[in-house]
Design a protein around this ligand. Structure first.
Ligand code: CP
Length: 354
C-alpha cells in the first residue's frame, strides 16, 4: 500500500537480541547467503517496494531452508534464544502452522496468541496487545489482522520485527513469496511466464501481493474475473488505476485468458460476495470462472495450477483439477514452511535493518 510506505517512518529502534546474535551461517547451509547479505529490512509488511534482487535473495535463502527440512532431523539452532509470537485476529491454518514450524525448526521459541481466548476478547486494543507481547520479550511478531494497515501500526509502535501474515484486503507477502517460489521450483525463471490469476482480485490480499512480486520478477500477469470483482483501471488504460497496483492485462473471459498460460492461480471465492450483490449466483460464477479440466486444456501442456487455500472445490476450482497432476497446491503449503524460515532468518539474522 503506497500510502503506508510513505506514512511509515524509518524505525530506529534498538537492535533486538536476535539481530545481535552472531551465529555462523554454517548452521543452516554452506549455500546460505552469508548472514542474509543484501537484506536491509527491519519488517516484512508488503512486497510493493521489493526489488527483483530482494525477491531472489528470499528464494535463495528458501533453497537453503529446504535443504534443512530435508535432513533426517530438521532442526538447527540458528535462532536459538529468540522468541517469535504469532498474533492472529483471523482464522488461519496454513500461515500460522507454517510460521510456528518454521520458527521451531530454526530453534526459536514460538508462542501462539489468537484473538479468541486472549485479552483481545476483553477489549484490549491492538497497540496494547503488541506492547504486551513486546514486554514479554518477543523479538518478532507475526500478525494477521482484518484491518488493512494493522501491521504498519504495529511496526510504528514496537521495537520488535513485524511480519504481515495478512491484513484485510491489502497484502499477504509470505503467501506471494511462497507462490513465486513454487512457480520457480517447477518452471524455472519466472521472467516471461504467462501467469493467470482468476477470481476476486478486488478483495484479495493474496492477489495484490502476487501482482507486485510476479510483475517485479518479469512475469506476464493476466487477471481474470467478473468486472465487479476487479479493481477499476488495473489494465493501466482508460480509467485511473484505483488500486495503486502495477498495471496488468485484464480479461473477463477465462477461456481466452487461459490460452497458452504457464501458471493458473485460482483464488478463493468468498461467499459473502454473493450476499453483497457482486455476483449473481455461485453457479453462474462457476460456469464462467471455474478452473476445470476443459479450460486447463487451453493452457500449455506444462502448465501448473496454484491455489492459496482454503479452497471451495466445485466453485472456483474443480475437484479434478485441484487433485490432478498439474496441481501444486500441496507443494505450495510445503514450500510455505521453507519460505517462512527464510523470512524469519533474514529478519532476525540478516544484514543491517533499516
Ligand atoms: N493462504 C492462507 O493464508 O491460508 P490460511 O488462512 O489457512 O493461513
Amino acid at each position: 500500500m503506497a500510502k503506508h510506505r510513505t506514512a511509515t517512518p524509518p524505525l530506529t529502534a534498538k537492535r533486538s537480541r536476535a539481530a545481535a546474535q552472531t551465529a555462523p551461517p554454517a548452521q543452516v547451509s554452506a549455500k546460505e547467503p552469508a548472514r542474509g547479505d543484501g537484506w536491509r529490512r527491519r519488517h516484512l509488511l508488503d512486497l510493493d517496494d521489493f526489488s527483483a534482487a530482494e525477491l531472489e535473495l528470499v528464494m535463495e535463502s528458501t533453497d537453503a531452508m529446504k535443504e534443512v527440512l530435508a535432513r533426517e532431523v530438521p532442526r538447527v539452532p540458528t535462532l536459538r534464544g529468540t522468541t517469535i509470537v504469532t498474533l492472529f485476529y483471523e482464522a488461519s491454518t496454513r500461515t500460522r502452522a507454517s510460521f510456528e514450524l518454521a520458527g521451531k525448526v530454526l530453534g526459536a521459541d514460538v508462542i501462539n496468541v489468537s484473538a479468541s481466548g486472549s485479552s483481545i476478547e476483553k477489549g484490549e486494543s491492538l497497540i496494547d496487545s503488541v506492547r504486551t507481547i513486546q514486554a514479554i520479550g518477543a523479538d518478532l511478531l507475526v500478525l494477521r489482522h482484518g484491518a488493512s494497515g494493522a501491521p504498519y501500526l504495529a511496526a510504528r509502535e514496537a521495537n520488535m520485527r513485524i511480519v504481515n501474515a495478512g491484513d484485510g484486503w491489502h497484502a499477504h507477502p509470505t503467501q506471494a513469496l511462497l507462490d513465486a517460489y513454487t512457480i520457480r521450483s517447477r518452471l524455472g525463471d519466472i521472467r516471461g511466464l504467462k501467469i493467470v490469476i482468476v477470481g476476486d482480485i478486488s478483495h484479495s490480499r493474496v492477489a495484490r501481493s502476487n501482482l507486485w512480486a510476479l510483475t517485479t520478477l518479469g512475469a506476464e500477469v493476466v487477471v481474470c474475473g467478473p468486472p465487479t470483482l476487479l479493481p477499476a483501471g488495473l489494465d493501466g488504460g482508460g480509467d485511473a488505476n484505483e488500486s495503486d497496483l502495477p498495471p496488468v492485462r485484464v480479461e473477463h473471459d477465462l477461456d481466452r485468458a487461459i490460452e497458452g498460460a504457464d501458471v493458473v492461480m485460482a483464488l478463493r471465492l468468498q461467499q459473502e460476495r454473493q450476499q453483497s450483490g457482486l455476483l449473481p449466483s455461485l453457479r453462474e460464477y462457476s460456469r464462467l470462472y471455474q478452473v476445470n479440466g476443459e479450460r486447463m486444456a487451453r493452457a500449455k501442456p506444462s502448465a501448473i495450477v496454484l491455489h492459496p487455500g482454503p479452497m471451495n472445490e466445485g466453485v472456483e476450482i474443480s475437484a479434478e483439477v485441484a487433485g490432478g497432476t498439474r496441481s501444486l497446491i500441496e507443494e505450495q503449503v510445503a514450500n510455505g514452511v521453507a519460505v517462512r524460515m527464510a523470512v524469519l532468518f533474514l529478519l532476525l539474522q540478516g544484514g543491517k535493518a533499516k
